[in-house]
Design a binder for this molecule. Structure first.
Ligand code: ZN
Length: 491
């Protein structure tokens, strides 16, 4: 298997990836909190870890990819006070919280499908793992790194910091953390402002709560990832990913929870994607530059000149390395759209080139160069530049200025399919056309099958079934002409 180097945020260095249990790889990525539509900021981690998932699979690993749905415990201010984001939405719109969760989960899936982000192997909900979270809290309590206060359980950061390094992932020390959290002080139940909740007693108006040994309440946000990560991937697993904004406090807290409960960190490689800014500014509702993916797809936002497809957004994000910042503007997306168009056209032309007796141009080595780039901490931008170079060569051949043998053509087609379509996950139009062709065949086959079943029913004098099939197909817009023991149909 080819060597893969990935940047481990914990050691701040590129490391040779060595899975614990090759060829199996366990990978956990923090998913969305489903209380609103996914926006551009959700697209980046989804795409980053999608290409990692695709590339690991390409290298021959069997990846168990867990990406959670946060549907409880993520509070409005990210501190331990404030209202649960989903409960608040449910209260304001007079919905059952699970209606909110289902609604935005469905929309998240639709948005991810438009970005061609593959579904994870397991997509666990925090609300479906309350028992596991309570057990995890119990372990931490048993080890003495948490305390109860008024029915809530808090992580004892000071006690923990005596035995372990709190802040090792984000590079913070306790003094920095004290300064950062002082603003949020006034949380009378805690020993220290930096202690975080593992379990919160629910206030009477809080609509999402479960029984526990300590109170009727709900788990703290950080707890779900520790509990679900170890449930599905084991007490030690390979990769944990997420956006850089989750490094502190979320991932730092996860490390602390694991070390406190298990005596060691669960994760071998911590990976973080950088953020997307909009005209140099952080994205957020308060900045008025918050663009949902749906707004991109429809073009309905003042910052957008026109609609942009999921593929253009994907291509735009992949044009930068995942650890660099990306600054969004409508112009930058338009440029990405043109770039993607060049890739699309070259691929479509490649599929039409006729082989010749000799190659008069060197197109060898594309696969190796792309693999080298991906194996160096997922340099997707370099893969794209190799594809652009290859597109030039393809255009030269397609214009009749050079020729390629069948062998060279086949290798080139295969390298494009592997890297552009399978690994970068670009839905190229020529590829779409082939898929659409297959869809048409499948649908014709299905209609023929139904009408043959109807014929069979008529032969058996089962007129109820025969009429039902005809009526339902007619209602769908098909017109059916019956012959003597035969049929014709059209739409
Ligand atoms: Zn998480």
């Amino acid at each position: 298997m080819r060597d893969l180097f990935i940047y481990n945020t914990l050691t701040r260095s590129k490391e040779l990836f060595k899975p614990l249990n090759a060829p199996h790889v366990g990978m956990y990525v923090c998913g969305p909190t489903v209380y609103g539509d996914a926006h551009l900021g959700h697209a980046r981690p989804a795409i980053t870890f999608d290409i990692l998932y695709r590339y690991l699979t390409h290298l021959g690993y069997k990846v168990r990819y867990v990406r959670n749905i946060t549907d409880v415990g993520h509070l409005e201010h990210d501190a331990d006070e404030g209202e649960d984001k989903i409960a608040k939405k449910a209260r304001l719109e007079q919905l059952e919280p699970m209606e909110v969760v289902q609604h935005f989960t469905n929309r998240y899936h639709r948005d991810m499908e438009a970005l061609n982000v593959l579904p994870p192997s397991i997509e666990p909900h925090a609300s479906g793992h309350i028992i596991e979270q309570i057990q995890f809290v119990k372990k931490i309590l048993d080890k003495g790194y948490a305390y109860e206060s008024n029915g809530s359980i808090y992580f004892d950061v000071e006690k923990y910091a005596k035995d372990f390094h709190y802040g090792k992932l984000s590079g913070r020390n306790l003094e920095d953390i004290v300064t950062e959290t002082r603003e949020l002080d006034g949380q009378a139940e805690k020993k220290h402002s930096y202690d975080f909740a593992l379990w919160k007693k629910a206030a009477p108006e809080h609509i999402m709560h479960w029984p526990s040994p300590w109170s009727e309440g709900f788990p703290g946000w950080h707890m779900e990832c520790s509990a679900m990560g170890t449930k599905y991937l084991g007490e030690q697993f390979d990769i944990h990913g997420g956006g850089m904004d989750l490094m502190f406090p979320h991932h730092e807290a996860e490390i602390a929870q694991s070390c406190a409960a298990l005596g060691h960190d669960s994760v071998h490689y911590w990976m973080h994607n950088n953020m997307i800014t909009i005209a140099g500014k952080k994205m957020g509702k308060s900045y008025n530059n918050f663009i949902t993916l749906e707004q991109f797809y429809t073009g309905q936002h003042p910052l957008l000149s026109k609609p942009f497809s999921g593929m253009v957004i994907r291509f735009f994000i992949l044009q930068a390395h995942y650890r660099s910042t990306v600054d969004f503007s409508s112009e930058a997306l338009e440029a990405a759209e043109k770039g993607l168009q060049r890739i699309n056209e070259a691929y479509a032309r490649l599929l039409k080139i006729q082989p010749a007796a000799a190659s008069t141009i060197d197109v060898k080595g594309l696969r190796e160069r792309c693999e080298e780039a991906m194996s160096d901490d997922l340099q997707s931008a370099t893969v794209i530049s190799h594809l652009f170079d290859s597109a030039k060569a393809i255009n030269t051949v397609a214009d009749g200025k050079a020729t390629l043998t069948k062998e060279d053509l086949d290798e080139l087609k295969d390298a494009w399919k592997t890297f552009a379509i399978d690994i970068l996950g670009l839905r190229l139009e020529a590829d779409n056309a082939a898929a659409a062709g297959q869809n048409v065949e499948a649908y014709k086959g299905a209609v023929d099958m139904l009408l043959n079943m109807r014929l069979e029913a008529k032969r058996n004098k089962d007129f109820a079934t025969s009429d039902k099939i005809r009526n339902e197909l007619t209602a769908l817009g098909f017109s059916i002409k019956d012959g003597k023991d035969s049929f014709e149909w059209s739409l």
